[in-house]
Design a protein around this ligand. Structure first.
Ligand code: SF4
Length: 477
């Protein structure tokens, strides 16, 4: 029997958070976002093994490898399938990689995933056709669902092309399925093939220890107009069972000696019962771990936060977005400035560190709204803050609401945002972001607080690294 090979990659180039369709952050343009483990590749590699493929994973940017390394790898491995995790901000560079792969391995099948494909419609195909032309297939929705069917019937082209969510070419025309591929039950997923991932590259910034990402739930019932989650992952939240998550944690500890985790959910705290059940299981099994998670500021209560802290949570990331109730209402956040204050205070009192996310430059926003958001970030005094520029990703309500509907290929909300507002130019918005970073991070009180927390040489090195990065972001023109 032929043994096929699948190579799953993050293509060479700048670092992006490719594993998450909602948060496609550019690591280089962010202040404190660190590269997360390439779980999306890990899942596909693990699924391929179920169908007797030999799997390979290479995260070229994190491994500091370039296009020449990719060419060498292609010649050495000669994969039958090259699975690529793409992202809006990297599309222009990824396109060059797609072409090179096709030149080196004309018979290799290239399949790409990414938010762009999940929101692709016949209407905007013209804008993207050039960029996706070298691909054989792309995935609309959750790649694990599509690849599971695609690989099962790999030997039979007509059958494999019936895989859910598969975008493919028929008589040289792209066929885009109407429905997104989606897994109903996340527990059916094998654990990511961490034996093929270089786990030591994905670290907790303040300790340098490897930090694994645990996919915990998918979907969010909220209606935030800028967010891709409800469109791609759906409004119906699918949770992994606590037992299934515990088994993965135990595997990470036993096999890979990893005790730091990021519980990746679109909104980890949306279901108190599930959070408490998971925390109770961690405590019951005496699993000694440290972890971080993201949250909405509402709903959230003290009991949940206390339980999270007891079970090893040390940092919670809140999508706070704005210091203006009017803005929050218009972006359909479903939470107010007061809700944010309450939750941040509760989390601080429980002893958690806080990472606040803020957004600047919605179409209706004035200088005063932006100032309110920056002032609010300072008032909340989170441990870390990140300032995004409101960016209209195709498929979102924000995108549909802006009159220009300008597609900005390669959009990146930290460095190359889309034009969503007539009040400010892109350059002005980038300047507002710089001002926000400066005002938040260059406060003597903030710097003093951080310096006081330094306990060892590694932390000192980390603070110097992030300090210099912040200064570069503030002063680069
Ligand atoms: S709360 Fe809003 S921003 Fe967060 S995942 Fe849900 S829809 Fe997206």
């Amino acid at each position: 029997m032929t043994r096929y090979k699948l190579l799953a990659i993050y293509p060479p180039g700048k670092k992006f958070q490719r594993g998450e369709d909602r948060c496609q952050a550019s690591i280089d343009d962010s202040i404190t976002v660190s590269q997360r483990a390439c779980n999306d590749l890990g899942y596909i590699a693990a699924i391929a093994r179920l169908y007797n493929f030999d799997s390979y994973i290479i995260d070229y940017p994190s491994e500091n490898k370039n296009i020449d390394n990719l060419i060498d790898d292609l010649k050495k491995i000669r994969p039958d399938i090259i699975f690529i995790s793409s992202t809006d901000g990297a599309l222009i560079d990824d396109y060059e990689t797609f072409k090179i792969i096709k030149q080196i391995l004309p018979t290799g099948i290239i399949i790409a995933k990414g938010a762009l494909f999940s929101t692709l419609t016949y209407n905007d195909l013209n804008d993207y056709e050039k960029y996706i032309e070298p691909l054989d297939y792309a995935v609309k929705g959750e790649a694990e669902a599509t690849l599971n069917e695609f690989l099962k019937y790999f030997d039979d082209k007509s059958k494999r092309e019936t895989a859910c969510g598969l975008i493919y070419k028929k008589e040289n025309k792209w066929i885009i399925p109407e429905k997104l591929a989606q897994l109903e039950n996340l527990d059916v997923l094998p654990f990511p093939a961490r034996d093929l991932m270089k786990n030591e590259l994905y670290i907790r910034p303040d300790t340098g220890k490897p930090m694994a990402t645990i996919e915990s739930s998918r979907g969010c019932p909220a209606n935030c107009i800028y967010c891709l989650t409800p469109i791609i992952s759906g409004k119906n939240v699918r949770y992994r069972s606590a037992d299934n998550i515990i088994s993965e944690l135990e595997e990470c500890i036993a096999k890979y000696n990893i005790t730091d985790f990021f519980f990746r959910s679109d909104t980890f705290t949306i279901n108190k019962k599930w959070v408490c059940e998971l925390c109770d299981k961690i405590l019951e099994k005496k699993i000694n771990i440290r972890w971080v998670a993201n949250a909405r500021v509402k709903p959230l209560d003290k009991e949940t936060l206390e339980k999270m802290k007891k079970a090893g949570c040390w940092l919670i990331a809140f999508g706070i977005e704005s210091g203006s109730d009017e803005s929050l209402k218009k972006m359909k956040k479903g939470a107010t400035v007061e809700d944010a204050k309450n939750s941040v205070n509760l989390a601080k009192n429980v002893g958690l560190q806080i990472y606040g996310f803020f957004m600047l430059g919605f179409p209706w926003e004035t200088k005063n709204d932006i100032k309110k958001t920056i002032d609010f970030a300072i008032e909340l005094d989170c441990d870390f803050a990140e300032f995004h520029i409101a960016t209209a990703f195709k498929g979102t309500e924000l995108y549909n609401s802006i009159s220009s509907k300008k597609i900005n290929i390669g959009a990146n909300y930290f460095g190359k945002p889309t034009e969503t507002t007539e009040n400010f130019t892109v350059q002005e918005l980038l300047d507002f972001r710089r001002q926000a970073i400066k005002k938040f991070y260059l406060r003597p009180r903030y710097i003093y607080k951080k310096l006081k927390k330094i306990r060892n040489f590694y932390q000192l090195k980390t603070y110097i690294f992030y300090g210099l990065k912040t200064l570069k972001l503030i002063f680069k023109k």
